[in-house]
Design a protein around this ligand. Sequence first.
Ligand SMILES: Cc1cc2nc3c(=O)[nH]c(=O)nc-3n(C[C@H](O)[C@H](O)[C@H](O)COP(=O)(O)OP(=O)(O)OC[C@H]3O[C@@H](n4cnc5c(N)ncnc54)[C@H](O)[C@@H]3O)c2cc1C
Length: 468
Amino acid sequence: MLNSATDDFKQKLRGLLPQECFKELTKSYLEEPRGQLFGSGGLLLAPDNTEDVTKIVKACSDARVGIVPYGGGTGLVGGQIYSEGLVPVILSTQRMNKVRSIWIDENIILVEAGSVLKDIQDRAESAGCLFPLSLASEGSARIGGNLATNAGGVNVVRYGSTRDLCLGVEAVMPDGSIFNGLSRLRKDNTGYDIKNLLIGSEGTLGIITAASLKLFPRPEVESAALFVVRDPRAAIDLFAMCRDKFGNGLNAFELINGVGLKFLSEVGPKVRQPFSYDPEWIVLLDVGFNYGIDPEEVLEKLFIEAEGRDLVSDGLVAQSLEQRLDFWKIRESIPEANHRIGAISSSDLSVPISLIPEFITKAGKLLSKVGDFRINCFGHIGDGNIHYNIFPVKGENREIYKDKSRIVNNILYDLVDQLEGSFSAEHGIGRLKVNELCRYSDPTKFKIMKNIKSALDPLGIMNPGVIF
Ligand SMILES: Cc1cc2nc3c(=O)[nH]c(=O)nc-3n(C[C@H](O)[C@H](O)[C@H](O)COP(=O)(O)OP(=O)(O)OC[C@H]3O[C@@H](n4cnc5c(N)ncnc54)[C@H](O)[C@@H]3O)c2cc1C
């Protein structure tokens, strides 16, 4: 049984922590970005060092008060929003935002967990390197949150997800002890991999306080293109062509549906529409090379070959950095356009890449039996990751579809399950997907996860209600 953070508890903490740790709880700590979950209150604490984190965790453990780690608050499954009625400690990493060290010759940066992702990218760039994790929320998301959710983003196809970019973590465990796993080693086979247990654990096993991250050489030349593809199958064939021809030079490969472009025209954000007509499907591909290859030439050559194979019918290759950024703005504005239209259901799914066309066709057919919808299906198709979002038909209010969202989700998740995919590709479980985990997880995996949770956090104080 957990307790609320009472006034007495707060008084006790005042004796342990500096005044600057105590912050006013504002609305942003009580609502997740899509407005699907609302918090019930909390004692907001923002320590600026690991020692103070241990003091907070030990006090919470003694008093059995729940702790909700909070990074940038951009998580999309409600992991950062406590809604179970008690008053938890909300532990914000906002003041733990220093770069502790950078080793250029080793291509490693050591940062604190509250470092904003964009700041890490900028710090890497000023050192002549690249930190390749990139998401539309990078101006707000913090690296501790990225690690806790094992965030993906647009460059997974080349560099992997956050897990692949991390060499080591420091974390405060539920009993208040510090796990010092800030390794700079690329090889270290010394028993269980605690770092990888903490990555993706969504704050349920400990609080990540710092991380050592991999940096990469920046590609010398980069460019992007938008190709109109015949259909999702053609997009997959084009992806295979890119992989064969560009190898590691393919930075990103994103699918965009015509519905997304229409939403942008309808409600913004304002973007430069790439084509004078409404294409049904386009892909955004981004490349980067090191050895004096001309990326525009390579992309134009790719287009001609793909056109010859009837995969693409039209295309634009960026002629400047500005145009490349314009292409990306289209892709990155789609979640905001979706938000403005108001989805009935939003899913973050993955299936084996070659089964994406089958998934899209079958999902469309199954949903047409439930009602009329607008479907905006887009995403990191090079990773087999599709964001499948369902909206009311134009002019209708989403309130009248309320009872349909569960039916729609069940159809999608059952289909994904049949295709050996995942109902949560990159966003995690949080508080919003707990039932789905119960329903679709491998039972042995679920049992092992529960055992790990009770071994590391027997009192259940770490992010209660998340994952289980
Ligand atoms: C517009 C938009 C676009 C997005 N695009 C993508 C995308 O392309 N790919 C993707 O993967 N995600 C995406 N997301 C989701 C989100 O940005 C990521 O999940 C991000 O990694 C969360 O980081 P955060 O700092 O905001 O974490 P928060 O939202 O603060 O927290 C997320 C979870 O991590 C836990 N947590 C936070 N910090 C710590 C810590 N230091 N130690 C332990 N646990 C912690 C929280 O308790 C919570 O469970 C997007 C979100 C938005 C709003």
